[in-house]
Design a protein. Structure first.
Length: 196
């Protein structure tokens, strides 16, 4: 690695770190909504207590206690931190692909539509994409293609199938909370869907 490239990476470090942290910062303001939708951005302790005191069942069990509100804040906030960490990592990964390979934002972004049982369409995104023909530097393009070949060999992709590949898409997992059904369902949908 050349000194010039190392210096450039160090200059990008602050921007890369900010990309990963920016989504997480919103978690500091997290307040549970308690089924009230997005109006007001969540309930204060006073609003929570008024809501729970108005419910005979919840108030009978004293679920309007401030510690219950704190528990909801902690639990929801923690789930939010996990999800926002994933969003930050996704943005960071895509930006590193873009910067390292000389690609555009459009080049590194990949999505597809699936039809839901309700008949509505839902757009799903993967974490990154590298179309080989869009890498402007030939040596980087060759190096990336060689990485693709080794990866394909490692997972047993038929050489005839590999010869038709025009690039790679990525779904990256930095680790997520077990039993996160939203994330698991998205992963299952991604795995089960034929790419366009």
């Amino acid at each position: 690695m050349t000194t010039r490239r190392i210096t450039r990476l160090r200059q990008n470090d602050a921007a890369y770190l900010d990309l990963a942290l920016e989504p997480i910062r919103v978690c500091a303001k997290y307040k549970p909504k308690f089924g009230q939708g997005n109006k007001g951005g969540g309930l204060t302790l006073e609003q929570f207590q008024a809501l729970y005191q108005a419910d005979p069942f919840y108030s009978w069990f004293e679920l309007d206690h401030p510690m219950m509100c704190a528990a909801h804040n902690a639990a929801g906030g923690m789930t939010s931190v996990y999800r926002k960490t994933g969003i930050g990592c996704e943005k960071l990964f895509r930006t590193i692909l873009r910067d390292s390979l000389g690609l555009s934002d459009e080049d590194v972004t990949w999505s597809y539509d699936v039809l839901l049982p309700t008949g509505k369409k839902r757009t799903l995104y993967l974490d990154g994409r590298v179309p080989l023909d869009r890498i402007p530097d030939k040596s980087k393009r060759d190096q990336f293609h060689e990485w693709m070949r080794k990866s394909a060999d490692e997972v047993g992709v038929n050489p005839k199938v590999f010869s038709t590949l025009e690039g790679t898409v990525f779904e990256v997992r930095q680790g997520y909370k077990s039993k996160d059904s939203k994330r698991q369902n998205a992963d299952i949908t991604n795995a089960a869907t034929t790419s366009p």
